[in-house]
Design a protein around this ligand. Structure first.
Ligand SMILES: N[C@@H](CCC(=O)N[C@@H](CS)C(=O)NCC(=O)O)C(=O)O
Length: 381
Protein backbone atom coordinates (compact mmCIF):
# COMPACT_ATOMS: atom_id res chain seq x y z
CA UNK A 1 0.00 0.00 0.00
CA UNK A 2 1.13 3.55 -0.68
CA UNK A 3 0.97 6.28 1.91
CA UNK A 4 -2.18 6.92 3.95
CA UNK A 5 -4.17 3.88 2.87
CA UNK A 6 -4.43 4.83 -0.80
CA UNK A 7 -3.58 2.34 -3.48
CA UNK A 8 -0.07 2.80 -4.79
CA UNK A 9 0.13 4.94 -7.88
CA UNK A 10 1.92 3.87 -11.02
CA UNK A 11 5.23 5.33 -9.93
CA UNK A 12 5.07 3.42 -6.64
CA UNK A 13 4.36 0.21 -8.49
CA UNK A 14 7.22 0.75 -10.90
CA UNK A 15 9.49 1.64 -8.04
CA UNK A 16 8.71 -1.66 -6.34
CA UNK A 17 9.42 -3.62 -9.50
CA UNK A 18 12.54 -1.76 -10.57
CA UNK A 19 13.73 0.86 -8.11
CA UNK A 20 16.67 3.19 -8.63
CA UNK A 21 18.46 1.23 -5.91
CA UNK A 22 18.04 -2.02 -7.85
CA UNK A 23 19.26 -0.33 -11.03
CA UNK A 24 22.29 0.91 -9.10
CA UNK A 25 23.01 -2.56 -7.76
CA UNK A 26 22.62 -4.20 -11.19
CA UNK A 27 24.78 -1.56 -12.84
CA UNK A 28 27.56 -2.08 -10.30
CA UNK A 29 27.44 -5.85 -10.82
CA UNK A 30 27.64 -5.49 -14.58
CA UNK A 31 30.12 -2.61 -14.65
CA UNK A 32 27.64 -0.34 -16.45
CA UNK A 33 28.14 3.45 -16.37
CA UNK A 34 25.45 6.15 -16.17
CA UNK A 35 24.07 7.17 -19.55
CA UNK A 36 25.26 10.52 -20.94
CA UNK A 37 22.53 13.14 -20.98
CA UNK A 38 21.36 14.72 -24.23
CA UNK A 39 20.90 18.14 -22.67
CA UNK A 40 24.52 18.18 -21.57
CA UNK A 41 26.37 16.28 -24.28
CA UNK A 42 24.36 17.03 -27.44
CA UNK A 43 23.75 20.78 -27.29
CA UNK A 44 25.69 23.23 -29.48
CA UNK A 45 26.79 26.79 -28.69
CA UNK A 46 23.37 28.13 -29.80
CA UNK A 47 21.48 25.85 -27.44
CA UNK A 48 20.31 23.64 -30.31
CA UNK A 49 20.08 19.87 -29.97
CA UNK A 50 22.55 18.12 -32.27
CA UNK A 51 21.92 14.39 -32.12
CA UNK A 52 24.86 12.04 -31.57
CA UNK A 53 25.84 10.11 -34.68
CA UNK A 54 24.92 6.46 -34.95
CA UNK A 55 27.87 4.35 -33.90
CA UNK A 56 27.21 1.12 -35.79
CA UNK A 57 26.51 1.86 -39.41
CA UNK A 58 28.04 -1.07 -41.32
CA UNK A 59 25.44 -1.66 -44.02
CA UNK A 60 23.74 -4.91 -44.91
CA UNK A 61 24.62 -6.03 -48.39
CA UNK A 62 26.43 -8.54 -50.49
CA UNK A 63 29.88 -6.96 -50.69
CA UNK A 64 32.82 -7.90 -48.56
CA UNK A 65 32.69 -6.31 -45.10
CA UNK A 66 28.93 -5.77 -45.25
CA UNK A 67 26.53 -7.44 -42.85
CA UNK A 68 24.93 -10.59 -44.18
CA UNK A 69 21.17 -10.98 -43.88
CA UNK A 70 20.51 -14.34 -42.25
CA UNK A 71 17.46 -15.81 -40.63
CA UNK A 72 17.81 -16.45 -36.87
CA UNK A 73 21.08 -14.54 -36.53
CA UNK A 74 19.89 -11.16 -35.30
CA UNK A 75 17.92 -9.81 -32.37
CA UNK A 76 16.16 -6.45 -32.49
CA UNK A 77 15.89 -4.29 -29.38
CA UNK A 78 13.21 -1.64 -29.45
CA UNK A 79 11.22 0.50 -27.01
CA UNK A 80 7.52 1.21 -27.01
CA UNK A 81 8.06 4.91 -26.47
CA UNK A 82 10.80 5.29 -29.09
CA UNK A 83 9.63 6.04 -32.58
CA UNK A 84 13.04 5.49 -34.17
CA UNK A 85 12.82 1.87 -33.12
CA UNK A 86 9.07 1.57 -33.59
CA UNK A 87 9.74 1.93 -37.32
CA UNK A 88 11.70 -1.32 -37.29
CA UNK A 89 9.17 -3.21 -35.17
CA UNK A 90 6.34 -2.24 -37.55
CA UNK A 91 8.34 -3.15 -40.66
CA UNK A 92 9.41 -6.49 -39.17
CA UNK A 93 5.78 -7.45 -38.66
CA UNK A 94 4.50 -5.96 -41.93
CA UNK A 95 7.07 -8.00 -43.83
CA UNK A 96 6.46 -11.22 -41.92
CA UNK A 97 9.99 -11.34 -40.52
CA UNK A 98 8.98 -12.45 -37.03
CA UNK A 99 10.67 -15.85 -37.38
CA UNK A 100 13.78 -14.44 -39.03
CA UNK A 101 14.49 -11.70 -36.47
CA UNK A 102 13.71 -12.09 -32.77
CA UNK A 103 12.91 -9.09 -30.55
CA UNK A 104 13.00 -7.77 -27.01
CA UNK A 105 11.34 -4.63 -25.75
CA UNK A 106 13.49 -2.47 -23.51
CA UNK A 107 12.32 -0.04 -20.85
CA UNK A 108 13.79 2.52 -18.48
CA UNK A 109 15.89 1.18 -15.63
CA UNK A 110 14.57 2.47 -12.31
CA UNK A 111 12.52 5.65 -12.09
CA UNK A 112 15.39 7.96 -12.92
CA UNK A 113 16.68 5.76 -15.75
CA UNK A 114 20.23 6.62 -14.84
CA UNK A 115 21.63 3.59 -16.64
CA UNK A 116 19.52 3.67 -19.79
CA UNK A 117 17.56 0.85 -21.31
CA UNK A 118 16.97 -2.38 -19.42
CA UNK A 119 14.35 -5.07 -18.99
CA UNK A 120 11.81 -4.00 -16.41
CA UNK A 121 9.24 -6.62 -17.31
CA UNK A 122 11.52 -9.62 -17.44
CA UNK A 123 12.31 -11.96 -14.53
CA UNK A 124 15.34 -10.77 -12.56
CA UNK A 125 15.39 -7.74 -14.91
CA UNK A 126 17.40 -9.88 -17.31
CA UNK A 127 16.60 -10.34 -20.97
CA UNK A 128 15.67 -14.02 -21.33
CA UNK A 129 16.94 -14.18 -24.88
CA UNK A 130 20.37 -12.58 -24.51
CA UNK A 131 21.11 -12.55 -20.78
CA UNK A 132 21.66 -8.77 -20.87
CA UNK A 133 20.58 -6.59 -17.97
CA UNK A 134 21.30 -3.32 -19.77
CA UNK A 135 21.26 -2.60 -23.48
CA UNK A 136 24.54 -0.74 -23.03
CA UNK A 137 26.26 -4.07 -22.36
CA UNK A 138 25.70 -5.05 -26.00
CA UNK A 139 27.19 -1.70 -27.09
CA UNK A 140 30.23 -2.24 -24.90
CA UNK A 141 30.59 -5.82 -26.14
CA UNK A 142 30.92 -4.35 -29.61
CA UNK A 143 33.11 -1.37 -28.67
CA UNK A 144 34.62 -1.27 -25.20
CA UNK A 145 35.42 2.43 -25.70
CA UNK A 146 31.86 3.46 -26.55
CA UNK A 147 30.72 6.32 -24.30
CA UNK A 148 27.63 7.56 -26.15
CA UNK A 149 24.04 6.74 -25.32
CA UNK A 150 23.06 3.11 -25.90
CA UNK A 151 20.06 3.61 -28.11
CA UNK A 152 17.31 1.68 -29.83
CA UNK A 153 16.81 0.40 -32.40
CA UNK A 154 19.81 -1.86 -31.95
CA UNK A 155 20.36 -4.98 -33.95
CA UNK A 156 22.48 -7.50 -32.08
CA UNK A 157 24.25 -10.57 -33.41
CA UNK A 158 22.99 -13.34 -31.16
CA UNK A 159 26.18 -15.38 -31.41
CA UNK A 160 28.29 -12.58 -29.89
CA UNK A 161 25.77 -10.33 -28.11
CA UNK A 162 27.37 -7.38 -29.92
CA UNK A 163 25.45 -4.55 -31.55
CA UNK A 164 26.08 -4.74 -35.27
CA UNK A 165 23.82 -1.94 -36.48
CA UNK A 166 21.99 0.97 -34.83
CA UNK A 167 21.51 3.01 -37.98
CA UNK A 168 17.81 3.78 -37.63
CA UNK A 169 17.91 5.83 -40.83
CA UNK A 170 18.44 2.73 -42.92
CA UNK A 171 17.50 -0.22 -40.75
CA UNK A 172 14.01 -0.51 -42.20
CA UNK A 173 15.47 -0.35 -45.71
CA UNK A 174 17.77 -3.26 -44.89
CA UNK A 175 14.82 -5.31 -43.64
CA UNK A 176 12.92 -4.44 -46.80
CA UNK A 177 15.73 -5.14 -49.25
CA UNK A 178 18.25 -7.61 -47.88
CA UNK A 179 15.80 -9.64 -45.81
CA UNK A 180 13.52 -10.00 -48.82
CA UNK A 181 14.44 -13.68 -49.13
CA UNK A 182 12.93 -14.37 -45.67
CA UNK A 183 9.68 -12.55 -46.39
CA UNK A 184 6.65 -14.37 -47.74
CA UNK A 185 6.31 -14.13 -51.52
CA UNK A 186 3.28 -11.84 -51.17
CA UNK A 187 4.85 -9.50 -48.60
CA UNK A 188 4.19 -5.80 -49.23
CA UNK A 189 6.70 -3.93 -51.34
CA UNK A 190 7.40 -0.96 -49.06
CA UNK A 191 10.43 0.28 -50.97
CA UNK A 192 9.71 -0.22 -54.67
CA UNK A 193 12.81 0.03 -56.83
CA UNK A 194 11.17 2.58 -59.14
CA UNK A 195 10.36 4.92 -56.24
CA UNK A 196 13.42 4.31 -54.12
CA UNK A 197 15.18 7.59 -54.82
CA UNK A 198 12.05 9.63 -54.27
CA UNK A 199 11.28 7.81 -51.03
CA UNK A 200 14.84 8.44 -49.83
CA UNK A 201 14.51 12.11 -50.68
CA UNK A 202 11.26 12.45 -48.76
CA UNK A 203 12.66 10.47 -45.81
CA UNK A 204 15.67 12.76 -45.78
CA UNK A 205 13.32 15.74 -45.46
CA UNK A 206 11.05 14.06 -42.90
CA UNK A 207 14.00 13.47 -40.58
CA UNK A 208 14.78 17.09 -39.55
CA UNK A 209 11.34 18.54 -40.23
CA UNK A 210 9.09 15.92 -38.68
CA UNK A 211 10.83 13.07 -36.85
CA UNK A 212 13.69 14.94 -35.26
CA UNK A 213 11.79 18.23 -35.00
CA UNK A 214 10.14 16.96 -31.85
CA UNK A 215 13.53 16.31 -30.25
CA UNK A 216 14.87 19.65 -31.47
CA UNK A 217 11.95 21.27 -29.68
CA UNK A 218 12.07 19.07 -26.59
CA UNK A 219 15.83 19.08 -26.03
CA UNK A 220 16.54 22.59 -27.37
CA UNK A 221 18.06 24.79 -24.66
CA UNK A 222 17.42 28.17 -26.27
CA UNK A 223 14.16 29.71 -27.42
CA UNK A 224 15.75 30.57 -30.77
CA UNK A 225 16.57 26.92 -31.44
CA UNK A 226 13.14 25.84 -30.20
CA UNK A 227 11.39 28.35 -32.48
CA UNK A 228 13.32 27.17 -35.52
CA UNK A 229 12.26 23.60 -34.89
CA UNK A 230 8.68 24.72 -34.24
CA UNK A 231 8.53 26.57 -37.56
CA UNK A 232 10.06 23.64 -39.41
CA UNK A 233 7.59 21.19 -37.91
CA UNK A 234 4.39 23.14 -38.49
CA UNK A 235 5.29 24.26 -41.98
CA UNK A 236 6.15 20.63 -42.84
CA UNK A 237 2.83 19.48 -41.39
CA UNK A 238 0.98 22.02 -43.55
CA UNK A 239 2.76 20.74 -46.67
CA UNK A 240 2.06 17.12 -45.83
CA UNK A 241 -1.58 17.83 -45.05
CA UNK A 242 -1.87 19.33 -48.51
CA UNK A 243 -0.10 16.37 -50.12
CA UNK A 244 -2.52 14.01 -48.39
CA UNK A 245 -5.54 15.89 -49.68
CA UNK A 246 -5.26 14.00 -52.95
CA UNK A 247 -2.99 11.08 -52.06
CA UNK A 248 -4.20 8.30 -49.82
CA UNK A 249 -0.61 7.67 -48.66
CA UNK A 250 2.52 9.77 -49.15
CA UNK A 251 3.25 8.11 -52.48
CA UNK A 252 -0.31 7.56 -53.63
CA UNK A 253 -2.27 4.35 -53.39
CA UNK A 254 0.24 2.23 -51.49
CA UNK A 255 1.95 2.34 -48.11
CA UNK A 256 5.71 2.84 -48.38
CA UNK A 257 8.62 3.11 -45.98
CA UNK A 258 8.04 6.88 -45.78
CA UNK A 259 4.55 6.39 -44.32
CA UNK A 260 5.94 4.33 -41.48
CA UNK A 261 8.41 7.10 -40.63
CA UNK A 262 5.67 9.73 -40.62
CA UNK A 263 3.18 7.58 -38.69
CA UNK A 264 5.44 6.85 -35.71
CA UNK A 265 5.80 10.56 -34.98
CA UNK A 266 2.10 11.25 -35.52
CA UNK A 267 1.12 8.47 -33.11
CA UNK A 268 3.06 10.19 -30.34
CA UNK A 269 2.41 13.86 -31.03
CA UNK A 270 -0.91 14.57 -29.27
CA UNK A 271 -0.72 11.85 -26.68
CA UNK A 272 2.89 12.04 -25.53
CA UNK A 273 5.16 14.67 -27.09
CA UNK A 274 2.89 17.67 -26.63
CA UNK A 275 3.49 17.61 -22.85
CA UNK A 276 6.93 19.24 -23.02
CA UNK A 277 6.44 21.51 -26.00
CA UNK A 278 4.60 24.56 -24.70
CA UNK A 279 1.64 26.17 -26.47
CA UNK A 280 1.12 24.72 -29.95
CA UNK A 281 -0.81 26.31 -32.80
CA UNK A 282 -2.43 23.03 -33.78
CA UNK A 283 -2.74 19.50 -32.55
CA UNK A 284 -1.96 16.66 -34.92
CA UNK A 285 -5.67 15.89 -35.14
CA UNK A 286 -6.38 19.44 -36.33
CA UNK A 287 -4.67 18.55 -39.60
CA UNK A 288 -7.71 17.07 -41.26
CA UNK A 289 -6.05 14.93 -43.92
CA UNK A 290 -3.14 13.85 -41.77
CA UNK A 291 -5.42 12.71 -38.97
CA UNK A 292 -7.59 10.57 -41.26
CA UNK A 293 -4.42 9.23 -42.92
CA UNK A 294 -2.94 8.26 -39.54
CA UNK A 295 -6.12 6.29 -38.71
CA UNK A 296 -6.04 4.61 -42.10
CA UNK A 297 -2.55 3.34 -41.22
CA UNK A 298 -3.55 2.41 -37.67
CA UNK A 299 -6.17 0.07 -39.12
CA UNK A 300 -3.35 -2.15 -40.42
CA UNK A 301 -2.57 -4.80 -37.77
CA UNK A 302 1.22 -4.37 -37.88
CA UNK A 303 0.80 -0.67 -37.06
CA UNK A 304 -1.81 -1.23 -34.36
CA UNK A 305 0.02 -4.14 -32.71
CA UNK A 306 3.17 -2.09 -32.39
CA UNK A 307 1.61 1.12 -31.07
CA UNK A 308 1.36 1.19 -27.28
CA UNK A 309 -0.41 4.49 -26.65
CA UNK A 310 -0.99 3.95 -22.96
CA UNK A 311 2.58 2.84 -22.29
CA UNK A 312 4.25 5.75 -23.99
CA UNK A 313 1.76 8.33 -22.77
CA UNK A 314 2.09 7.36 -19.13
CA UNK A 315 3.73 10.02 -16.98
CA UNK A 316 7.12 8.96 -15.69
CA UNK A 317 7.83 11.89 -13.43
CA UNK A 318 7.13 11.93 -9.72
CA UNK A 319 3.75 13.56 -8.92
CA UNK A 320 3.92 17.22 -7.87
CA UNK A 321 1.28 19.82 -6.95
CA UNK A 322 -0.10 19.98 -10.48
CA UNK A 323 -0.05 16.63 -12.17
CA UNK A 324 0.00 16.46 -15.92
CA UNK A 325 -3.11 15.64 -17.91
CA UNK A 326 -1.58 12.27 -18.79
CA UNK A 327 -0.68 11.47 -15.18
CA UNK A 328 -4.31 11.99 -14.23
CA UNK A 329 -6.22 10.54 -17.16
CA UNK A 330 -4.08 8.09 -19.09
CA UNK A 331 -6.04 5.07 -17.86
CA UNK A 332 -9.38 6.61 -18.78
CA UNK A 333 -8.56 7.58 -22.35
CA UNK A 334 -9.67 5.02 -24.90
CA UNK A 335 -6.83 5.53 -27.37
CA UNK A 336 -7.82 2.56 -29.44
CA UNK A 337 -11.37 3.84 -29.95
CA UNK A 338 -10.16 7.34 -30.82
CA UNK A 339 -7.73 5.98 -33.40
CA UNK A 340 -10.29 3.56 -34.79
CA UNK A 341 -12.84 6.25 -35.68
CA UNK A 342 -13.93 5.65 -39.28
CA UNK A 343 -12.35 7.56 -42.15
CA UNK A 344 -12.91 7.38 -45.85
CA UNK A 345 -9.43 7.58 -47.27
CA UNK A 346 -10.06 4.67 -49.62
CA UNK A 347 -12.00 7.05 -51.87
CA UNK A 348 -8.67 8.58 -52.87
CA UNK A 349 -7.28 5.28 -54.11
CA UNK A 350 -7.53 3.40 -57.37
CA UNK A 351 -7.16 0.22 -55.30
CA UNK A 352 -9.47 1.04 -52.40
CA UNK A 353 -9.27 -2.40 -50.82
CA UNK A 354 -5.55 -2.89 -51.26
CA UNK A 355 -3.13 -0.74 -49.31
CA UNK A 356 0.02 -2.50 -50.46
CA UNK A 357 1.92 -2.94 -53.64
CA UNK A 358 3.06 -6.57 -54.08
CA UNK A 359 6.26 -7.71 -55.69
CA UNK A 360 5.98 -8.68 -59.35
CA UNK A 361 5.59 -12.41 -59.95
CA UNK A 362 8.92 -14.05 -60.66
CA UNK A 363 11.04 -11.26 -59.16
CA UNK A 364 14.07 -12.75 -57.38
CA UNK A 365 15.40 -11.28 -54.10
CA UNK A 366 18.59 -10.34 -55.98
CA UNK A 367 16.63 -8.29 -58.50
CA UNK A 368 15.25 -6.34 -55.59
CA UNK A 369 18.71 -5.45 -54.22
CA UNK A 370 19.40 -1.95 -55.35
CA UNK A 371 20.74 1.25 -54.04
CA UNK A 372 19.76 2.42 -50.57
CA UNK A 373 20.21 6.10 -49.83
CA UNK A 374 23.62 7.27 -48.74
CA UNK A 375 22.52 10.67 -47.45
CA UNK A 376 24.75 11.90 -44.72
CA UNK A 377 21.83 12.15 -42.33
CA UNK A 378 23.79 13.07 -39.28
CA UNK A 379 24.96 16.32 -40.76
CA UNK A 380 21.37 17.46 -41.29
CA UNK A 381 20.11 19.80 -38.58
N1 LIG B 1 20.56 6.04 -32.58
C1 LIG B 1 20.15 7.39 -32.48
C2 LIG B 1 18.67 7.63 -32.28
C3 LIG B 1 17.89 6.63 -31.55
C4 LIG B 1 17.49 7.20 -30.23
O1 LIG B 1 17.74 8.36 -29.88
N2 LIG B 1 16.82 6.38 -29.47
C5 LIG B 1 16.45 6.79 -28.13
C6 LIG B 1 15.00 6.54 -27.83
S1 LIG B 1 13.90 7.35 -28.92
C7 LIG B 1 17.22 5.96 -27.15
O2 LIG B 1 17.39 4.78 -27.35
N3 LIG B 1 17.65 6.57 -26.07
C8 LIG B 1 18.29 5.83 -25.01
C9 LIG B 1 19.13 6.69 -24.17
O3 LIG B 1 19.35 7.83 -24.56
O4 LIG B 1 19.57 6.21 -23.12
C10 LIG B 1 21.01 8.15 -31.52
O5 LIG B 1 21.97 7.55 -31.09
O6 LIG B 1 20.76 9.32 -31.24
Amino acid sequence: MGCCGFSPDVQDIQETIYSDELAEKDARERGVLPRPQEIKEEIDHRGAFIRQPNRFTTPFGTKEGELVAESGKYHLFWAKLCHWSNRASIVRELLGLEDAISVSIVDHTGIKNIYGWGFTDQPDRTDAQTGLKFLSEAYLNADAEYRGRATVPALVDKSTNKVVNNDYHRLTNYLEVYFRKYQPADAPDLYPVALREEIDRLNDWLFPNINNAHYRMAFGQSLVAYNEAYEDFFSAMAKLDKRLETNRFLFGDYVTDADIRFYVTLARWDSYYYRNLGPLEKRMIDHKNIWAYARDLYEIPAFKNNTYFRDFSRERKKPGIFNSYNARFVDEIDYEAIWSAPQNRKLLSRTPDEKFLRHPAGETPEQYYSKISQFDWNTVK
